[in-house]
Design a protein around this ligand. Structure first.
Ligand SMILES: Nc1ncnc2c1ncn2[C@@H]1O[C@H](COP(=O)(O)OP(=O)(O)OP(=O)(O)O)[C@@H](O)[C@H]1O
Ligand SMILES: [Mg+2]
Length: 384
């Protein structure tokens, strides 16, 4: 029997829980030549939304080129992939690909290679040595726009981990890419990113080139009303029983982060199958303890990489729920000299990808990027 709770890979349209509105909006952008920024914390399911929307838009006749900018060793490699994909999907018969690619991507001076056996293209950009990397991306997108004009169906580009495209080049890179994207009438664009703050600032700050270039869609947690039945069904379909309280315990301990929910549900399901008991909240907690004990080397390494004040701030975040962190009593309890010490420490934790900040009841709440870190801290770090 296969475990119904998958984690750590992008899920497809039929596997994801909820996300109907998000997927609809992305599909609309892809098919309607809109520009959309999909912004959300790590492991909330952005890539899965993109995949589901891509599958659906393509089923409806669109051509969607989807990239993860972090999966390429350089932006040049990404630009080369874009040109090669354009040759494959936007130029018609193979015989015409070379000429059409030269016309559309002339400034990049591409050398196209076709492998008949695998029916694949590869491209090498001979202009790469003299141009900046973001400029190569901008030119590659402009070439796509030119080909999209005569494609006879909607063409769209999805770039996941988009911050990677501009993070090294600063404002200048943002300006170059924006200028290109803004001039394109024939392409739909969806840019997604997990460094929430960075992408949010890039698109929401008037002084930045990407300000108001497109609509913004913020990805939040999957609503519990959708996750609860999905979790219960996964157990029930295998003849296992999980109590309502245990379902709630999974969502609580995972702090509603979809990846963590799926991971804890996966382990709980596997143990229930092996041991055949009713899954109760205590079992879920014990399962999580085993899970973080197994991951102990990873948590230990992260913990050891923090300064003393960062450790204290992390303990406070994990134990106090992430709000009211600047109150005098709390600072004293955690041995932190002043609110600004706390602030600096939290800033460092956010930068290190250990914590994140989210809007909460009109204020800011600090959360652990990996909610299971709290379980590890409870097990292995003494109360101050
Ligand atoms: N809607 C969902 N329903 C069920 N599980 C989900 C959902 N979205 C995400 N997940 C879980 O989270 C995991 C990670 O999803 P995904 O890779 O799409 O997230 P992401 O936001 O792109 O993450 P990253 O920030 O690491 O790129 C999935 O493998 C799955 O276990
Ligand atoms: Mg992702």
């Amino acid at each position: 029997m296969t475990n119904p709770f998958e984690f750590g890979r992008e899920l497809s349209d039929t596997e994801i829980v909820d996300r109907t509105d998000e997927v609809d909006l992305v599909v609309r952008a892809l098919r309607g030549r809109e520009r959309l920024f999909l912004i959300g914390p790590r492991r909330f399911g952005k890539t899965s939304i993109l995949r589901a929307a891509t599958e659906r838009a393509e089923a409806a006749g669109a051509i969607v080129l989807r990239y993860n900018a972090e999966a390429y060793p350089s932006l040049t490699a990404l630009a080369e992939r874009i040109v090669a994909d354009a040759a494959k999907r936007l130029t018609g018969p193979v015989q015409k690909a070379g000429k059409k690619i030269q016309e559309a991507f002339g400034t990049l001076r591409p050398q196209l290679t076709y492998s008949p056996l695998a029916d694949t293209f590869s491209a090498s950009l001979t202009a790469a040595a003299s141009a900046s990397e973001p400029a190569l991306i901008a030119d590659a997108l402009s070439g796509l726009d030119a080909l999209a004009a005569t494609a006879g169906k909607p063409v769209a580009v999805v770039i996941d981990e988009f911050q990677r495209v501009v993070e090294d080049g600063g404002i200048k890179a943002e300006g170059e890419v924006r200028a290109a994207v803004q001039a394109h009438d024939h392409l739909g664009y969806v840019f997604a990113g997990s460094k929430t703050r960075m992408l949010a600032e890039m698109t929401g700050d008037e002084s930045r080139p990407f300000y108001r270039l497109g609509a913004r869609l913020f990805v939040g947690p999957v609503p519990r009303d959708d996750f609860r039945p999905a979790l219960a069904n996964g157990f029930r379909d295998a003849g296992l029983t999980i109590s309502d309280e245990a379902v709630e315990a999974i969502l609580d301990l995972a702090e509603d982060v979809p990846y963590n929910v799926q991971r804890l549900a996966h382990e709980s399901w596997a143990e229930a199958l092996a041991e055949g008991e009713l899954v109760a909240p205590e079992r879920v907690q014990a399962t999580l303890d085993r899970l973080v004990s197994r991951d102990d080397p990873f948590y230990t390494q992260t913990w050891n990489g923090l300064s003393r004040t960062q450790k204290q701030a992390l303990l406070a975040v994990a134990r106090e729920g992430g709000t009211g962190l600047y109150a005098g009593d709390l600072l004293r309890a955690y041995n932190l000299a002043s609110p600004s010490t706390m602030q600096t420490a939290i800033g460092a934790l956010v930068k290190a990808g250990v914590a994140r900040e989210e809007e909460h009841q009109g204020g800011i709440r600090v959360r652990l990027e990996d909610p299971f870190f709290a379980a590890w801290l409870r097990l292995f770090v003494a109360v101050p």
